[in-house]
Write a protein that binds this ligand. Structure first.
Ligand code: ADP
Ligand code: MG
Length: 253
């Protein structure tokens, strides 16, 4: 059965896109047919996977606003088993243009339903807000994966996110579950990182993944080369750890 996972946290810079791109690429490398969906108008997942802006004919905007057939928007990537629905800055308009539309929250769910079972995993990279685009992602998904940066105020804002998840469960998508909480950008040299881990585990308990993503320079360099870490530097700590993480996601079912 195809599983759709939204990567969400309304805070920017917590590792959503890094996780979406690298989890999707690692799942594909492990033989899972995977679709990466970029619904952030910034298009960082799109460029991070190596899709150049000027080659994009139709993007997530056309899917959501124009209701273009999903098959016309999906494209292959340089990685075997990995396909993508790209985003461009045009998508910024969707948040406003969808407001007067009937069933505006279920556009993505409807768009993805014909292809859901064709992929083992569909990974949706959300924008840093709890607006209509993120609501569409949560409504379309089976689960939500929450990256939390190992920094001061790590838990700040998470109650808002959990509240939004509850509202979506109640009104739009009763099957939505929390996939897990992923600690990112951990720095073993500081006490702070260890304190944050304890704090997050106290709050989310068994929902916290065993894999913890360390700060790794290679992970931050890879996007400017348009490559996921397993292509950019397969021997790096970042590549190892995202592969471990993908295995953990698979083993959780
Ligand atoms: P978000 O999508 O939540 O805004 P990003 O994934 O874009 O966050 O990450 C924010 C910044 O931090 C980016 O420049 C990214 O390259 C960098 N980054 C993310 N994860 C790591 C990591 N584990 N180690 C080092 N840099 C990271
Ligand atoms: Mg992002």
């Amino acid at each position: 059965m195809g599983k759709i996972i939204a990567i969400a946290n309304q805070k920017g810079g917590v590792g959503k896109t890094t996780t979406a791109v690298n989890l999707a690429a690692c799942l594909a490398q492990l033989g899972k047919k995977t679709l990466l969906v970029d619904i952030d108008p910034q298009g960082n997942a799109t460029s991070g996977i190596g899709i150049e802006k000027d080659t994009i004919d139709q993007c997530a905007y056309d899917l959501l606003v124009e209701e273009v057939d999903v098959h016309k928007v999906i494209r292959p990537t340089n990685i075997e088993n990995l396909y993508m629905i790209p985003a461009t800055i045009q998508l910024a308009g969707a948040e406003i243009e969808l407001v007067p539309v009937v069933s505006r929250e279920v556009r993505l769910q409807k768009a993805l339903s014909p292809i859901k079972e064709k992929f083992d995993y569909t990974i949706i990279d959300c924008p840093p807000s709890l607006g209509l685009l993120t609501i569409n992602a949560l409504t379309a998904s089976d689960t939500v994966l929450i990256p939390v940066q190992c920094e001061y105020y790590a838990l700040e804002g998470l109650s808002q996110l959990l509240n939004t998840i509850r509202l979506v469960q109640k009104h739009l998508n009763s099957r939505l579950r929390i996939e897990g909480v992923l600690l990112t950008m951990f720095d073993a040299r500081t006490n702070l990182g260890i304190q944050v881990i304890q704090e997050v585990k106290k709050y989310f308990r068994e929902k916290v993944y065993e894999t913890i993503i360390p700060r790794n320079v290679r992970l931050s360099e890879a996007p400017s080369h348009g490559k996921p870490i397993i292509l950019y530097d397969s021997k790096s700590r970042g590549a190892e750890v995202y592969l471990d993480f993908a295995k953990e996601v698979i083993s959780n079912g």
